[in-house]
Design a protein around this ligand. Structure first.
Ligand code: CUA
Length: 326
């Protein structure tokens, strides 16, 4: 019975080691090095732990006897000085050379993406040659096996950017620019999260990080560059009109419709994203409606005002239109 229980607990804990948000299944150059260090440190800690526990157990069972001062001194010097010096020197020797590559800038001509943290979402901007940006939110896509430099900013408080399977974490500090270089080695969808407490909805500040083949990435970016496409479906047309009528454009830009709102996430191609609400909900029609009608329950403390006073059919039309913004 006990063995079964241990098995169940272990399987629950260990399933966490193989997810798309785990630093222990690394698929990026930085994260591979960090995971390697983690295993070395865990191994070292295990040896030290076994030594300490072993000594404790030995002490419990050994018969009281007269000390041999020479032996005792040798034991204390070995266990208390020599071994810790060897272990700690080894760890320093392992760690220090790792730092320069982890905090290096990407080689020239690498893809650069600007990511700003805001309570509680991520503004993502792909700089263009003419100095303009392609802006989206809560989703970052990059080509596989290439260096990418994320230039990190903050719009309010300190956030921290972290996609555990791909690399280390880096603080996003108001008034300063930091950066993080990543090199993903495997295509896939990874989950990132804010790693610094930044207020009420900190735990709901996530993002999708998609690593794609180069060709696929270029097509995706080309599509994101385009303005929204007018949807001639009557429900969508009604939704678009209501979106304008209720003043949603004061905070949200939909390129091609109105681009004055910069406070909230750009919604030009929101329907093409993998998730909603900054990585916390699936991108489905009913979720748009849930978001608009029960916002403060879905994501407490979010800065967007609630629209629960709006007629349910109007919210349905807006949801329908938004979901269609592919
Ligand atoms: Cu942003 Cu925690």
């Amino acid at each position: 019975m006990k063995l079964k229980l241990v098995g169940i607990i272990c399987s629950i804990i260990l399933t966490g080691c193989h997810s798309n948000q785990s630093a222990l299944s690394p698929t990026g150059e930085g994260a591979i090095k960090i995971a390697e260090l983690f295993w070395w440190m865990s191994g070292g800690a295990l040896i030290v732990w076994l030594w300490v526990v072993g000594t404790g157990i030995y002490g419990m069972f050994v018969k009281p006897q007269e000390h041999n001062p020479k032996k005792t001194a040798l034991f204390i010097i070995t266990g208390g000085v020599i071994i810790p010096v060897i272990v700690l020197s080894f760890l320093i020797f392992m760690t220090i050379p790792m730092l320069p590559p982890l905090i290096a800038k990407a080689p020239p001509n690498s893809l650069e993406i600007e990511v700003s943290g805001a309570q509680w979402w991520w503004r993502v901007r792909y700089p263009q040659k003419d100095g303009s940006f392609i802006e989206l939110a809560n989703e970052i896509r990059v080509p596989v096996n290439e260096y990418v430099q994320l230039n990190l900013l903050s719009e309010d408080v300190i956030h921290s950017f972290w996609v555990p399977p791909l690399g280390g974490k880096m603080d996003m500090i108001p008034g300063r620019s930091t950066y993080l270089t990543l090199k993903p080695t495997k295509t896939g969808v990874y989950k990132g999260a804010c790693a610094e407490y930044c207020g009420g909805a900190h735990a709901q500040m996530k993002l999708d990080f998609v690593v794609m083949e180069k060709e696929e990435f270029n097509q995706w970016l080309e599509h994101q560059k385009k303005p929204y496409v007018k949807n001639s479906n009557p429900q969508a047309l009604r939704g678009e009109k209501l979106f304008l009528k209720y003043g949603c454009t004061a905070c949200h830009t939909v390129r091609g419709l109105q681009d004055i709102g910069t406070v909230g996430p750009d919604l030009t191609h929101v329907g093409s994203r993998l998730s909603l609400g900054a990585g916390i909900l699936p991108n489905q029609l009913e979720i748009y409606h849930l978001w608009l009608s029960r916002l403060k329950q879905v994501k407490p403390q979010v800065h967007m005002p609630e629209f629960d006073m709006v007629d349910a059919n109007d919210l349905k039309a807006i949801s329908f239109w938004l979901e269609g913004l592919k």
